[in-house]
Design a protein around this ligand. Sequence first.
Ligand code: HEC
Length: 127
Amino acid sequence: MSKKSVFMIAVLFLFTAYSVNATVISSESKAPAMPDNVKAIIEKSCIGCHNTDSKNDKAKEALDMKTMESLSKPKMIHALKEIGETLEENEMPPAKFLEKFPDKKLTDAEKKILLDWASNEAKSLMK
Ligand code: HEC
């Protein structure tokens, strides 16, 4: 192999290593993905109304939880704070909805998982 091709391979290798690294860094600087346990609770009790294709326009406009992971930092912080507030005040899921679907009610443990997630996540984004 000529010196020139060894050099070209080395450059290519470094370039690939650099771009892989850059992707890792840029995906880390976004809001971290929802942990599975949080996702499962949201899917059980929230996503039915708060999703992109929801027929509940008010809920969809207030918060689309399917796409919230791609919100900008300030919007994500705001959304997390609102989630925390609605949970603290037992406003969500709405009482009327729970009358019809009592199994969607959050257990105390589930509520705590969501609250802890929302506050820790907001804190880490504000650092
Ligand atoms: C039956 C439909 C329904 C379900 C299920 C539901 N929501 Fe909502 N949500 C709404 C509607 C409608 C609004 C907007 C109107 C309002 O503020 O009452 C809303 C508003 C919100 C808001 C914005 C509050 C504000 O002050 O603007 C947050 C945050 C929220 N919901 C979180 C949740 C969470 C977390 C869950 C699951 C634990 C959940 N919702 C489940 C219907 C729902």
